[in-house]
Design a protein around this ligand. Structure first.
Ligand code: FES
Length: 153
């Protein structure tokens, strides 16, 4: 019922009326229609689903690292070759966990690539090209590539 109210429809609205109202709301809050208003889409969704909240973050991007790959190679990185890739990346980049860091490095479940002797990684700023990082690879070089850009926000 709340969704119908947010769409400014009566409780007896039919499917076509709901669809048209939803499209009108989505169009009005689409980022392409409001290029300078980054929160428009969130506001539009919050109108229909008021339980959604906006949590600010300093992240300029998110790097997803397969935690299962790291476990399969017993860490595989660092001086002794026993530290997980995500942890080594955070250390080299001087990042802490949490939303106040300039870049998020997050361990995930299996990403579905499952390389042997390597770790699958996705840079959220370039999601079309996933990386496979071989065990013991030069993480400093990878970290330089993934480092947060100062003007990314
Ligand atoms: S175990 Fe890492 S991608 Fe599947």
């Amino acid at each position: 019922m709340r969704a119908l109210e947010a769409l400014e429809l009566d409780s007896d609205a039919d499917f076509d009326a709901v669809k048209a109202a939803w499209r009108r709301l989505a169009k009005a809050n689409h980022p392409d229609v409001r290029p300078g208003d980054a929160d428009a889409a969130v506001r539009g969704a919050a109108r229909v689903a008021p339980q959604l909240k906006h949590v600010p973050s300093a992240w300029s991007g998110a790097v997803l690292v397969c935690g299962k790959c790291s476990k399969k190679i017993d860490g595989g990185f660092g001086k002794k070759g026993r530290t997980p890739l995500a942890k080594v990346l955070r250390k080299i980049l001087g990042l802490k966990k949490g939303r106040k860091a300039p870049l998020g490095v997050v361990e995930t479940r299996c990403l579905g690539v499952c390389p042997r002797g390597a770790v699958a990684l996705i840079d959220g700023r370039d999601p079309h090209r996933w990386l496979v990082v071989p065990q013991g690879a030069d993480v400093a070089e990878l970290a330089a590539r993934l480092a947060p850009q100062p003007d990314a926000r």
